[in-house]
Write a protein that binds this ligand. Sequence first.
Ligand SMILES: *Cc1c(COP(=O)(O)O)cnc(C)c1O
Ligand SMILES: [Zn+2]
Length: 555
Amino acid sequence: MSDSKQITLECSNCGHSESMRTFGGACAKCGEVIVEARYDLLGLDPAAWMTAVRSRKAQLWRYHEVLPLYDTANIVSMGEGGSPLIKSQALAASLGLKNLYIKDERQGPTGSFKDRQATVAISALKEMGVNEMVVASTGNVAIAYAAYCARAGIKLWAFFPALTPSDKMRETAIYGAEVIKTTGTYDQTKQLAAQFAAARGIFLDRGIKSVAAIEAMKTMAYEIGEQLSRELGGDLPMRAPDWFLQSVSGGMGPIGVGKGFREMKSLGLVDKLPAFGLIQSTGCAPMVEAFERKQRVATPIENPDSVIVTLATGSPGRAYELLYDYVQDNGGHFISATDEEAFQAIRTLARSDGISVEPAAGVTFAGLFKLVRQGIIKPDDVVVVNCSGHTLPVEKTILGEQWQKQVDLSAARSTPAVPQDDLATVIDIMGGQRVRRVAVIEDNVEAARLMHRILSTRDDTEIRLAHNGEAGLQLIRAWKPDMVITDLMMPDVDGFEVIRQMKADPMLLEVPIVVVTAKELSAFERKELEMSTSLLLQKGAFLDDEFVEKVTSWL
Ligand SMILES: *Cc1c(COP(=O)(O)O)cnc(C)c1O
Ligand SMILES: [Zn+2]
């Protein structure tokens, strides 16, 4: 198989095609980045192939003949794919639907359907000999890529927009990826990541991004086809639902699923393609707005206004055109749901069917409710919902604070609050001015040693340590550092006092101060610090040695 396999990539815009082996990341003729993989399936007998497929494990790579990898020896897998298709009982009944199925993508190795994309992308990149890469993500792609990159020995730099939940960034960091949070939107973050990749000559995901994503997501179609035919029977080896529903951001999921059903139809495995129910957050719904205006080109949303950052692609570009065309040809609807409706839907689904999902998947179910209520989805329709991701600690937001009673047994808690750092500030401070002397005031010896190690990677920087506030002030007055990094909680003279005294001394007034603290700050303290310091870093949230190490070494 491996030697003879032919994979060509066909431009979705101009139709130009070339071998995947020579592909340079965009169509050589017109520059379009969304290209579709074509396989030489001439030798493939569909019936025999189905028999072979059924004898393999219920995992994504059981369809390897139609996936963009030359040699199966390069597969990087954790058993992803093959997710259950769960028949809804209570929820279906309350909606009056006879055949509502939930494709449970929460059950992937990192808890979202991005695991499919990760196994295909990372396997293909490994096959190409890539050993370092950059990705921009609102969370799930980065988490999945980080896990698969760890297995493949590929170094990953993950860029996140400002609103990404810190739990998702921390999860990415666990796998050893470099985590970089920007102060911008998702679209701006993508640009920054591209610049960073270009500046350092690193491979950006973009090159085969669309190929890997589309091919990976189409395996959902193959699986649904097999699963529905087992559920509902039929004359053909596979069966297509009447509807496939998903919340959309970049749109790769439904584009892939659409391609899957088209392939299956051309192989004679199904007799039709499903209609699509595509749902976006009201605060970031460029596709829905264009669809309602009957336009094939979406107007970008500059500033997405939704807390559901997973769905924050404001500028869907060509992906929308492809989905628009699909809906014209095969039926379907674009619809939006508010954050409120999504959170409400999460509760309803969890309580009725025992399935707890993340907000982006909540948007899908909120959309389902609307499409049913509006009579667009009919009671007899066979509906498959992509249950795309698992609840992370976002239950906090969903349930509010009233769901439990808390008994606090510790006098001094040090739960990190919202991270206050931002990379741009770090860069401005540390790279903008040339910082040569840094005084670190930190009573915790471990933490002091860590910061010393982090900062001494900069060879133009001299670091001196003081282990309490008083010694710190003496050091500052005698040595005149270019920057002071101080802890807040120290016995006797604490960090607040150090800052107060520095601000009272005309000689020290202008010296930038970075506060690193594990203290949970009151609004008042926060305000005071914001006025007097250049940067506030919350320990535990972001003072992870690798993270800061890499930030400083990057500068
Ligand atoms: C990525 C993602 C989406 C949106 O998927 P696209 O097909 O890229 O638009 C929806 N839900 C979850 C959980 C996701 O991770
Ligand atoms: Zn082209």
